[in-house]
Design a protein around this ligand. Structure first.
Ligand SMILES: NCc1[nH]cc(CCC(=O)O)c1CC(=O)O
Ligand SMILES: [Zn+2]
Ligand SMILES: [Zn+2]
Length: 362
Protein backbone atom coordinates (compact mmCIF):
# COMPACT_ATOMS: atom_id res chain seq x y z
CA UNK A 1 0.00 0.00 0.00
CA UNK A 2 1.26 3.46 -0.86
CA UNK A 3 1.66 6.12 1.74
CA UNK A 4 -1.11 8.22 0.20
CA UNK A 5 -3.60 5.39 0.33
CA UNK A 6 -2.58 4.82 3.92
CA UNK A 7 -3.61 8.36 4.81
CA UNK A 8 -7.06 7.83 3.38
CA UNK A 9 -7.67 4.37 4.82
CA UNK A 10 -5.86 4.07 8.13
CA UNK A 11 -5.10 0.40 8.43
CA UNK A 12 -6.07 0.05 12.01
CA UNK A 13 -9.60 1.24 11.42
CA UNK A 14 -9.81 -0.57 8.11
CA UNK A 15 -8.98 -3.98 9.33
CA UNK A 16 -10.81 -3.78 12.61
CA UNK A 17 -7.79 -5.14 14.38
CA UNK A 18 -7.02 -4.21 17.96
CA UNK A 19 -4.61 -1.34 18.04
CA UNK A 20 -1.90 -3.33 19.82
CA UNK A 21 -1.93 -5.96 17.07
CA UNK A 22 0.64 -5.31 14.40
CA UNK A 23 0.06 -7.42 11.26
CA UNK A 24 3.15 -8.23 9.25
CA UNK A 25 2.26 -6.44 5.88
CA UNK A 26 2.38 -3.04 7.60
CA UNK A 27 5.25 -0.94 6.26
CA UNK A 28 8.08 -0.26 8.61
CA UNK A 29 7.47 2.67 10.95
CA UNK A 30 10.42 4.51 9.47
CA UNK A 31 8.76 4.48 6.05
CA UNK A 32 5.59 6.16 7.39
CA UNK A 33 7.42 8.75 9.42
CA UNK A 34 9.21 10.07 6.34
CA UNK A 35 5.96 12.10 5.90
CA UNK A 36 6.59 15.32 7.73
CA UNK A 37 3.90 16.32 10.24
CA UNK A 38 3.64 19.71 8.57
CA UNK A 39 2.63 17.94 5.34
CA UNK A 40 -0.50 16.38 6.76
CA UNK A 41 -3.63 18.19 5.61
CA UNK A 42 -6.45 16.07 4.20
CA UNK A 43 -5.41 13.21 6.41
CA UNK A 44 -6.79 14.90 9.46
CA UNK A 45 -10.38 14.96 8.21
CA UNK A 46 -11.45 11.56 6.93
CA UNK A 47 -14.97 11.55 8.31
CA UNK A 48 -17.87 13.29 6.51
CA UNK A 49 -18.71 15.10 9.73
CA UNK A 50 -15.20 16.41 10.25
CA UNK A 51 -15.12 17.45 6.61
CA UNK A 52 -18.33 19.42 7.16
CA UNK A 53 -16.58 21.33 9.94
CA UNK A 54 -14.44 22.97 7.28
CA UNK A 55 -17.32 25.37 6.69
CA UNK A 56 -16.92 28.65 8.54
CA UNK A 57 -20.63 29.20 8.19
CA UNK A 58 -23.30 26.55 7.63
CA UNK A 59 -26.21 26.71 5.27
CA UNK A 60 -29.53 27.28 6.95
CA UNK A 61 -33.01 27.72 5.51
CA UNK A 62 -33.00 31.35 6.60
CA UNK A 63 -30.17 32.10 4.18
CA UNK A 64 -32.41 31.46 1.18
CA UNK A 65 -34.63 34.08 -0.42
CA UNK A 66 -36.93 32.80 -3.17
CA UNK A 67 -37.52 35.02 -6.25
CA UNK A 68 -41.12 34.74 -7.46
CA UNK A 69 -42.95 36.20 -10.45
CA UNK A 70 -46.36 37.74 -9.84
CA UNK A 71 -48.56 38.46 -12.81
CA UNK A 72 -51.73 40.52 -13.15
CA UNK A 73 -53.89 37.54 -14.16
CA UNK A 74 -55.14 36.74 -10.62
CA UNK A 75 -55.67 33.02 -11.34
CA UNK A 76 -52.54 32.43 -13.39
CA UNK A 77 -50.13 29.57 -12.88
CA UNK A 78 -48.08 29.52 -16.04
CA UNK A 79 -44.87 27.65 -16.78
CA UNK A 80 -41.80 29.65 -17.76
CA UNK A 81 -40.09 27.46 -20.37
CA UNK A 82 -36.66 29.08 -20.02
CA UNK A 83 -36.76 28.69 -16.20
CA UNK A 84 -37.60 25.04 -15.65
CA UNK A 85 -39.76 24.49 -12.57
CA UNK A 86 -40.61 28.20 -12.13
CA UNK A 87 -43.97 29.79 -12.91
CA UNK A 88 -45.74 33.10 -13.13
CA UNK A 89 -48.31 33.24 -10.37
CA UNK A 90 -51.51 35.22 -9.94
CA UNK A 91 -52.33 36.55 -6.46
CA UNK A 92 -55.15 34.04 -6.03
CA UNK A 93 -52.67 31.18 -6.39
CA UNK A 94 -50.15 32.36 -3.83
CA UNK A 95 -51.65 30.41 -0.95
CA UNK A 96 -51.49 27.01 -2.66
CA UNK A 97 -48.08 27.81 -4.14
CA UNK A 98 -46.31 29.13 -1.05
CA UNK A 99 -48.25 27.41 1.75
CA UNK A 100 -46.36 24.11 1.46
CA UNK A 101 -43.02 25.93 1.17
CA UNK A 102 -43.69 28.02 4.28
CA UNK A 103 -44.53 24.74 6.05
CA UNK A 104 -41.12 23.44 5.01
CA UNK A 105 -39.38 26.48 6.45
CA UNK A 106 -39.38 29.11 3.69
CA UNK A 107 -38.41 32.38 5.42
CA UNK A 108 -38.32 34.97 2.67
CA UNK A 109 -39.33 35.79 -0.88
CA UNK A 110 -38.49 38.54 -3.33
CA UNK A 111 -41.33 39.62 -5.61
CA UNK A 112 -41.07 40.56 -9.28
CA UNK A 113 -44.07 42.05 -11.03
CA UNK A 114 -45.03 40.73 -14.44
CA UNK A 115 -47.72 43.06 -15.79
CA UNK A 116 -49.31 41.63 -18.90
CA UNK A 117 -52.52 43.62 -19.13
CA UNK A 118 -51.49 47.13 -18.09
CA UNK A 119 -50.53 50.01 -20.34
CA UNK A 120 -46.82 50.71 -20.05
CA UNK A 121 -45.48 54.25 -20.49
CA UNK A 122 -42.15 56.04 -20.48
CA UNK A 123 -41.98 56.50 -16.69
CA UNK A 124 -43.30 53.10 -15.63
CA UNK A 125 -46.57 54.36 -14.14
CA UNK A 126 -48.01 50.87 -13.50
CA UNK A 127 -45.10 50.00 -11.15
CA UNK A 128 -46.84 51.50 -8.11
CA UNK A 129 -50.44 51.02 -9.21
CA UNK A 130 -52.26 49.99 -6.02
CA UNK A 131 -54.20 47.46 -8.08
CA UNK A 132 -51.00 46.14 -9.69
CA UNK A 133 -49.71 42.63 -9.04
CA UNK A 134 -46.87 43.49 -6.65
CA UNK A 135 -48.84 45.67 -4.24
CA UNK A 136 -51.72 43.19 -4.29
CA UNK A 137 -49.30 40.32 -3.61
CA UNK A 138 -47.62 42.13 -0.69
CA UNK A 139 -50.97 42.69 1.02
CA UNK A 140 -52.07 39.14 0.38
CA UNK A 141 -48.84 37.57 1.60
CA UNK A 142 -48.75 39.71 4.75
CA UNK A 143 -52.16 38.31 5.76
CA UNK A 144 -51.61 34.74 4.56
CA UNK A 145 -48.13 34.25 6.02
CA UNK A 146 -47.46 36.76 8.81
CA UNK A 147 -43.98 35.33 9.49
CA UNK A 148 -42.80 35.43 5.88
CA UNK A 149 -40.27 38.16 5.08
CA UNK A 150 -41.32 39.97 1.92
CA UNK A 151 -38.77 41.75 -0.23
CA UNK A 152 -39.67 43.50 -3.47
CA UNK A 153 -37.48 44.10 -6.45
CA UNK A 154 -37.84 47.76 -7.40
CA UNK A 155 -37.33 48.64 -11.02
CA UNK A 156 -39.06 50.31 -13.91
CA UNK A 157 -38.14 48.00 -16.79
CA UNK A 158 -41.12 45.70 -16.28
CA UNK A 159 -43.40 48.75 -16.52
CA UNK A 160 -41.84 51.08 -19.09
CA UNK A 161 -42.86 51.08 -22.74
CA UNK A 162 -39.16 51.13 -23.72
CA UNK A 163 -38.25 48.34 -21.29
CA UNK A 164 -35.36 50.25 -19.70
CA UNK A 165 -34.81 50.61 -15.96
CA UNK A 166 -34.92 54.42 -15.81
CA UNK A 167 -36.37 57.57 -17.33
CA UNK A 168 -34.96 59.14 -20.51
CA UNK A 169 -34.13 62.71 -21.52
CA UNK A 170 -35.46 63.96 -24.85
CA UNK A 171 -32.04 63.35 -26.37
CA UNK A 172 -32.40 59.64 -25.61
CA UNK A 173 -29.95 59.44 -22.70
CA UNK A 174 -30.89 58.18 -19.23
CA UNK A 175 -31.75 61.00 -16.81
CA UNK A 176 -30.47 59.84 -13.42
CA UNK A 177 -32.31 62.31 -11.17
CA UNK A 178 -35.90 61.75 -12.28
CA UNK A 179 -35.05 58.05 -12.59
CA UNK A 180 -33.95 57.87 -8.95
CA UNK A 181 -36.94 59.98 -7.93
CA UNK A 182 -39.37 57.68 -9.70
CA UNK A 183 -37.67 54.55 -8.29
CA UNK A 184 -37.94 56.06 -4.79
CA UNK A 185 -41.67 56.69 -5.28
CA UNK A 186 -42.18 53.06 -6.24
CA UNK A 187 -40.10 51.81 -3.31
CA UNK A 188 -42.12 53.92 -0.87
CA UNK A 189 -45.37 52.55 -2.31
CA UNK A 190 -44.15 48.98 -1.71
CA UNK A 191 -43.08 49.87 1.84
CA UNK A 192 -46.52 51.39 2.48
CA UNK A 193 -48.17 48.21 1.22
CA UNK A 194 -46.18 46.25 3.80
CA UNK A 195 -42.94 45.14 2.14
CA UNK A 196 -40.24 44.34 4.71
CA UNK A 197 -37.52 45.14 2.21
CA UNK A 198 -37.15 47.06 -1.04
CA UNK A 199 -34.40 46.11 -3.45
CA UNK A 200 -33.61 48.51 -6.28
CA UNK A 201 -32.17 46.66 -9.29
CA UNK A 202 -32.18 49.59 -11.71
CA UNK A 203 -28.57 50.75 -11.12
CA UNK A 204 -29.37 54.45 -11.58
CA UNK A 205 -26.88 56.77 -9.86
CA UNK A 206 -28.24 58.19 -6.61
CA UNK A 207 -31.19 55.84 -6.19
CA UNK A 208 -30.13 54.36 -2.85
CA UNK A 209 -29.92 57.81 -1.30
CA UNK A 210 -33.25 58.81 -2.87
CA UNK A 211 -35.00 55.68 -1.60
CA UNK A 212 -33.57 55.97 1.92
CA UNK A 213 -34.66 59.60 2.05
CA UNK A 214 -38.16 58.71 0.81
CA UNK A 215 -38.50 55.88 3.34
CA UNK A 216 -37.42 58.10 6.23
CA UNK A 217 -39.58 61.05 5.18
CA UNK A 218 -42.51 58.71 4.58
CA UNK A 219 -42.23 57.25 8.09
CA UNK A 220 -40.80 53.89 6.97
CA UNK A 221 -37.16 54.52 7.84
CA UNK A 222 -37.34 51.97 10.65
CA UNK A 223 -39.82 49.60 9.03
CA UNK A 224 -38.35 48.74 5.69
CA UNK A 225 -34.91 47.40 4.80
CA UNK A 226 -33.06 48.73 1.77
CA UNK A 227 -31.18 46.00 -0.04
CA UNK A 228 -29.09 47.43 -2.84
CA UNK A 229 -28.17 45.53 -5.96
CA UNK A 230 -24.88 47.32 -5.43
CA UNK A 231 -22.67 45.44 -7.84
CA UNK A 232 -24.94 44.37 -10.66
CA UNK A 233 -23.15 43.45 -13.83
CA UNK A 234 -24.38 43.68 -17.42
CA UNK A 235 -24.55 39.92 -17.76
CA UNK A 236 -25.61 37.36 -20.37
CA UNK A 237 -27.22 35.44 -17.53
CA UNK A 238 -30.45 37.49 -17.26
CA UNK A 239 -32.01 36.07 -20.42
CA UNK A 240 -34.54 33.67 -18.83
CA UNK A 241 -35.60 36.37 -16.36
CA UNK A 242 -36.32 38.91 -19.09
CA UNK A 243 -38.31 36.23 -20.80
CA UNK A 244 -40.21 35.50 -17.57
CA UNK A 245 -40.79 39.14 -16.64
CA UNK A 246 -41.28 40.51 -20.14
CA UNK A 247 -38.65 43.13 -19.38
CA UNK A 248 -36.26 42.92 -22.31
CA UNK A 249 -35.33 46.44 -23.52
CA UNK A 250 -37.19 47.48 -26.68
CA UNK A 251 -33.94 48.94 -28.06
CA UNK A 252 -30.29 48.98 -27.05
CA UNK A 253 -29.04 47.24 -23.93
CA UNK A 254 -28.37 47.97 -20.24
CA UNK A 255 -24.62 48.42 -20.59
CA UNK A 256 -24.66 52.12 -19.82
CA UNK A 257 -26.08 51.56 -16.34
CA UNK A 258 -25.06 48.03 -15.37
CA UNK A 259 -21.40 47.28 -14.64
CA UNK A 260 -19.08 45.90 -17.33
CA UNK A 261 -18.04 42.34 -16.38
CA UNK A 262 -14.37 43.37 -16.19
CA UNK A 263 -15.08 46.28 -13.81
CA UNK A 264 -13.59 45.32 -10.47
CA UNK A 265 -12.77 48.88 -9.50
CA UNK A 266 -16.17 50.26 -10.43
CA UNK A 267 -17.85 47.42 -8.52
CA UNK A 268 -15.84 48.26 -5.42
CA UNK A 269 -16.77 51.93 -5.77
CA UNK A 270 -20.45 51.04 -6.25
CA UNK A 271 -20.39 48.96 -3.05
CA UNK A 272 -18.76 51.77 -1.07
CA UNK A 273 -21.13 54.35 -2.53
CA UNK A 274 -24.24 52.35 -1.66
CA UNK A 275 -23.00 51.79 1.88
CA UNK A 276 -22.46 55.54 2.14
CA UNK A 277 -25.92 56.30 0.71
CA UNK A 278 -27.68 54.20 3.34
CA UNK A 279 -28.06 50.67 1.96
CA UNK A 280 -28.85 48.15 4.72
CA UNK A 281 -27.86 45.07 2.73
CA UNK A 282 -25.35 44.86 -0.11
CA UNK A 283 -25.94 42.48 -2.98
CA UNK A 284 -23.74 41.15 -5.76
CA UNK A 285 -25.33 39.84 -8.96
CA UNK A 286 -24.83 37.45 -10.76
CA UNK A 287 -23.11 35.26 -8.21
CA UNK A 288 -20.91 32.45 -9.50
CA UNK A 289 -18.91 34.37 -12.12
CA UNK A 290 -18.39 37.18 -9.56
CA UNK A 291 -17.11 35.41 -6.46
CA UNK A 292 -14.17 37.81 -6.27
CA UNK A 293 -16.63 40.72 -6.09
CA UNK A 294 -18.53 38.98 -3.27
CA UNK A 295 -15.26 38.63 -1.42
CA UNK A 296 -14.42 42.28 -2.09
CA UNK A 297 -17.84 43.30 -0.78
CA UNK A 298 -17.28 41.26 2.38
CA UNK A 299 -14.11 43.27 2.98
CA UNK A 300 -15.47 46.65 1.94
CA UNK A 301 -18.75 46.35 3.86
CA UNK A 302 -17.79 44.12 6.79
CA UNK A 303 -20.56 45.50 8.96
CA UNK A 304 -23.39 44.89 6.49
CA UNK A 305 -25.22 41.68 5.65
CA UNK A 306 -24.06 40.49 2.26
CA UNK A 307 -26.35 38.94 -0.34
CA UNK A 308 -25.82 37.47 -3.77
CA UNK A 309 -28.25 36.64 -6.53
CA UNK A 310 -27.82 33.34 -8.33
CA UNK A 311 -29.64 34.65 -11.39
CA UNK A 312 -31.96 32.98 -13.88
CA UNK A 313 -29.20 32.06 -16.35
CA UNK A 314 -27.08 30.49 -13.61
CA UNK A 315 -30.04 28.41 -12.52
CA UNK A 316 -30.91 27.42 -16.10
CA UNK A 317 -27.28 26.54 -16.76
CA UNK A 318 -27.03 24.28 -13.72
CA UNK A 319 -30.30 22.55 -14.59
CA UNK A 320 -29.26 22.11 -18.24
CA UNK A 321 -25.87 20.69 -17.25
CA UNK A 322 -27.51 18.17 -14.95
CA UNK A 323 -29.92 17.15 -17.72
CA UNK A 324 -26.96 16.68 -20.06
CA UNK A 325 -25.35 14.36 -17.54
CA UNK A 326 -22.47 16.69 -16.71
CA UNK A 327 -23.08 16.40 -12.95
CA UNK A 328 -25.69 15.56 -10.37
CA UNK A 329 -28.07 18.50 -9.93
CA UNK A 330 -28.13 18.53 -6.17
CA UNK A 331 -24.38 18.14 -5.78
CA UNK A 332 -23.78 21.00 -8.21
CA UNK A 333 -26.42 23.23 -6.61
CA UNK A 334 -24.74 22.69 -3.24
CA UNK A 335 -21.31 23.34 -4.69
CA UNK A 336 -22.54 26.65 -6.10
CA UNK A 337 -24.14 27.95 -2.91
CA UNK A 338 -21.23 26.77 -0.77
CA UNK A 339 -19.01 28.93 -2.98
CA UNK A 340 -21.17 31.97 -2.17
CA UNK A 341 -20.99 31.30 1.55
CA UNK A 342 -17.24 30.74 1.33
CA UNK A 343 -16.82 34.06 -0.48
CA UNK A 344 -18.66 35.81 2.36
CA UNK A 345 -22.42 35.80 1.69
CA UNK A 346 -25.04 35.25 4.35
CA UNK A 347 -28.09 35.58 2.11
CA UNK A 348 -28.66 33.86 -1.22
CA UNK A 349 -31.38 34.71 -3.72
CA UNK A 350 -31.92 31.58 -5.75
CA UNK A 351 -34.53 29.70 -7.75
CA UNK A 352 -33.23 26.55 -6.04
CA UNK A 353 -34.76 27.68 -2.73
CA UNK A 354 -37.63 25.11 -2.73
CA UNK A 355 -35.18 22.26 -3.35
CA UNK A 356 -32.89 23.44 -0.56
CA UNK A 357 -35.82 23.43 1.87
CA UNK A 358 -36.08 19.70 1.15
CA UNK A 359 -32.39 18.94 0.92
CA UNK A 360 -31.55 20.68 4.18
CA UNK A 361 -34.00 18.36 5.95
CA UNK A 362 -32.19 15.22 4.81
N1 LIG B 1 -33.85 45.24 -13.44
C1 LIG B 1 -34.52 44.07 -13.80
C2 LIG B 1 -33.96 42.84 -13.19
N2 LIG B 1 -34.12 42.53 -11.89
C3 LIG B 1 -33.56 41.27 -11.70
C4 LIG B 1 -33.01 40.84 -12.90
C5 LIG B 1 -32.32 39.54 -13.19
C6 LIG B 1 -32.74 38.38 -12.35
C7 LIG B 1 -32.44 37.05 -12.95
O1 LIG B 1 -31.87 36.94 -14.05
O2 LIG B 1 -32.77 36.06 -12.29
C8 LIG B 1 -33.24 41.83 -13.85
C9 LIG B 1 -32.85 41.72 -15.26
C10 LIG B 1 -32.08 42.81 -15.87
O3 LIG B 1 -31.51 43.66 -15.22
O4 LIG B 1 -32.06 42.80 -17.10
ZN1 LIG C 1 -35.43 44.70 -11.60
ZN1 LIG D 1 -34.78 47.01 -14.58
Amino acid sequence: MTRVARLIFPKRLDRKTPSHFSPSPLPAVTEISSMDISSVLQGGYQHPLSRSWQARRHLTKGMFMYPIFITDEPDASVDIPSLPGQRRWGVNKLEEFLGPLVQKGLKSVILFGVPLKCTKDDRGTPADDPEGPVIQAIRKLRTLFPALYIACDVCLCEYTSHGHCGVFRVDGSIDPEPSAGRIAEVALAYARAGAHCVAPSDMMDGRVKAIKRALIDGGYGNQCTLMSYAAKFASSLYGPFRDAAGSAPAFGDRKCYQLPPQAKGLARRAILRDVGEGADIIMVKPAMPYLDIIQDAAQLAPNHPLACYQVSGEYAMIVAGARAGVYDLRTMAYESVESFIRAGCGLILTYFTPQFLDWLDE
